[in-house]
Design a protein around this ligand. Structure first.
Ligand code: PLP
Length: 461
């Protein structure tokens, strides 16, 4: 059969090896191919329209089809389509973007290092922390602590920091110098009767015990997403980061803030660090940095680290880390215009303001028989499905209840993401109040269908 007789979905199955996909299930289910998008809507090959309730992979902040961004890309391609940053070369969009990031960062930033994905930004963070401690004559200070269920990407280093088994199984990861501490999930991890404050105190104490048992002189950094995304949209309880930071400060441990999902307004402030009172030493940015229009990431470096690198270059020679596409002028031009649009259109304040309605509608499902926990902040949230609301008993993973609900949402024209049995919502920041209602109305219909499907699995049914 000639290829033109096949659907794009069939051709995809023939030619493509998909990232982060269950291969057998994919072969059974087939591919879903999207062909166009506008605003908060996206269409598949069969012309079905969906509300993109996940902003793609948590990235399309300004929505789809933004002409300002395609114009910025086209202008830059015509003017200077490529230029690199090696050996002191540079280009105007990368310089302007670095200045903009320094201006809006919630902490003092000395220099900006560019890459093209959240994973490479976090791999860069590891190398910077190691280089820094070598430069300071502390060669043992190399271990990095992350949290269970965190997601920091899929490079060898960033996957080693990621706290999800699927990033490790079969890949011989994580590597040795990476340690993990407890996830700040109050719903799942708190002991009976434990207050949020006591929970945070316990987590800080556990972190300190880990540091002491490993020897503080061997710990370089602690990496954290302000709000955990892929691990289930875990919102840290009030006071968590304040208590964690006291411990980090005590042992001179860097705080790496992974803002890849939270950055650029998602939580109702420009950065998640502001929402959750973090005082990071350094930050990783990607995704909404360009609203996903171009692949670009950034690492924000403080003066202290830069000075150490500067001094070290006398003896160590070239700083031998960087990518062909570091500071790519087209990516940088698009990212810069994207940040300007976020500012000009007041999308951060909008996320904070509309977040009130969004969170109220989300929490409206708390009384539903399937929903154990409703959580979120700004325009990001999640509902955790359980078999028993009282005991918080989870469904057997074999039932794939979350996947069932995700598929039913799609039937009603809504894209959400099942992270196991936790359903995530992360719509474009341009969403309106009426569209938020539409999301949750469609979701409610799908949730009731899932309830009917799994009614017999629920305790007390
Ligand atoms: C918090 C966080 N860090 C890092 C990454 C990795 O980013 P990328 O997929 O661009 O490599 C992600 C991706 O979802 C993420 O959510």
């Amino acid at each position: 059969m000639s290829r033109s007789n096949l659907s794009l979905g069939e051709r995809d199955m023939d030619a493509m090896f998909h990232p982060t996909t269950h291969i057998q299930q994919h072969r059974a289910k087939g591919s879903k191919v999207f062909t166009r998008a506008e605003g908060i809507h996206i269409w598949d090959e069969q012309q079905n329209q969906y509300i993109e309730g996940m902003s793609g992979l948590w990235c399309t902040a300004v929505g789809y089809g933004e002409k300002e961004l395609s114009d910025a890309a086209a202008r830059q391609m015509d003017k200077l389509s490529y230029s690199h940053l090696f050996n002191g070369r540079s280009n105007e969009p990368a310089i302007l973007l670095a200045e903009k990031l320094k201006e809006i960062a919630p902490v003092a930033v000395s220099k900006v290092f560019f890459g093209h994905s959240g994973s490479d930004a976090n791999d860069t963070q590891i190398k910077l922390a190691w280089y820094y401690n070598n430069a300071l004559g502390r060669p043992r200070k190399k271990k990095i602590i992350s949290r269970q269920r965190s997601y920091h990407g899929v490079g060898f280093g960033s996957a080693s920091m990621t706290g999800l088994a699927s990033s490790h199984t079969g890949f011989d990861l994580p590597f040795a110098p990476f340690l993990r501490t407890r996830c700040p999930d109050y719903y799942r991890e708190a002991e009976a009767g434990e207050s949020e404050e006591a929970f945070c105190t316990r987590l800080a104490e556990e972190l300190e015990s880990l540091i002491l048992s490993e020897d503080p002189d061997t710990i370089a950094a602690f990496i954290a997403e302000p709000l955990m995304g892929a691990g289930g949209v875990v919102v840290p309880p009030r006071g968590y980061f304040e208590k964690i930071q006291i411990v980090l400060d005590r042992y001179d441990i860097l705080l790496i803030d992974d803002e890849v999902i939270c950055g650029f307004g998602r939580t109702g402030k420009m950065f998640g660090a502001e929402t959750f009172h973090m005082r990071p030493d350094t930050m990783s940015l990607a995704k909404a940095l360009s609203s996903g229009y171009q692949p670009i990431s950034a690492v924000l470096i403080p003066e202290e680290m830069y000075q150490a690198f500067l001094e070290a270059s006398g003896s160590k020679g070239i700083f031998g880390h960087g990518f062909t596409y570091s500071g790519h002028p087209v990516c940088a031009a698009v990212a810069l215009r994207n940040i300007e649009l976020i500012q000009e259109r007041g999308l951060v304040a909008r996320a904070e303001h509309l977040g009130v309605h969004f969170q109220a509608r989300l929490r409206g499902f708390s009384s539903h028989p399937l929903v154990g926990d409703a959580r979120g902040v700004g325009l990001i949230g999640a509902l955790e499905l359980v078999a028993d609301k009282k005991t918080k008993r989870a469904f057997s993973p074999k039932l794939a209840v979350g996947a069932d609900l995700q598929a039913r949402c799609e039937k009603f024209g809504l894209i959400v993401r099942a992270l196991g049995d936790t359903i995530a919502f992360c719509p474009p920041l341009i969403i309106t109040e009426a569209q938020i209602d539409e999301i949750f109305d469609r979701f409610g219909r799908a949730l009731d269908e899932t309830l009917a499907q799994f009614h017999h699995e629920i305790d007390g049914a």
